[in-house]
Design a protein. Sequence first.
Length: 277
Amino acid sequence: MDDVMIKINKATYEYKSLIDDSIQQAVKNVDIEVKKGEFLVILGHNGSGKSTLAKLMNGLLLPARGDIDVMGMNTRDDEQIWNIREKTGMVFQNPDNQIVATIVEEDVAFGPENLGVPQEEIRKRVDEALELVEMTDYKTHAPHLLSGGQKQRVAIAGILAMRPDCIIFDEPTSMLDPSGRIEVMNTIKKLNKDDEKTIVLITHYMDEAVEGDRVLVMEDGEIVMEGTPREVFSQVEKVKSYGLDVPQVTELAYELRKAGLDIREDILSIEELVELL
């Protein structure tokens, strides 16, 4: 049990439809374990339930049925909810909605201040967090003058300053331009590899999903595919049947196979394809 960060046990989340008051299920009877140090990617098109699942993971939403345990703490336990949110930080789509202060370093200090961390410890945490996301040079800047990618890195630093073991990213690059996306993805990979943080990344970009250790595909509130990026993306037809793409290079390899070239179907990078050809 010790290596499990988050355990989701037969969790269902329901809400009332605004149209006809009927009960809708956004997440249906889902079972997942997220292991410590893992980089888990959850894919699915809009409305598949992936963002709801993210909010269940750190107690922002509570399941109608089933249980979610974070490091052994149940999200239904009111007394544990702040401990849970300290252990599992969450970064959302829009960095503008997460930034609260007018100076970068004050924004990063906001979380630990609310946790009652002593002042000199806060100073240390803020410096360390900004260093990790490579934003030290901007610590006295106004956040609203930064680029989208830089703002999102400040938002990540704000979570890091609270020292979580796990960070859940809910489509953190969907509002960024390509260079901002690369910046943020590099930060996420670094936190996972060098800092050994457990990462749950919810995305609809396939090239981001390739970076994970394991990929789950959600459709209509259920997990419909699971495996390593190679195992999932080699099933091109199946992935497409859920309204998702596969990485461009995997698609190219698939088309070449269809055209009669004898190459593997689980290619994920341009380098691999070049080598095979």
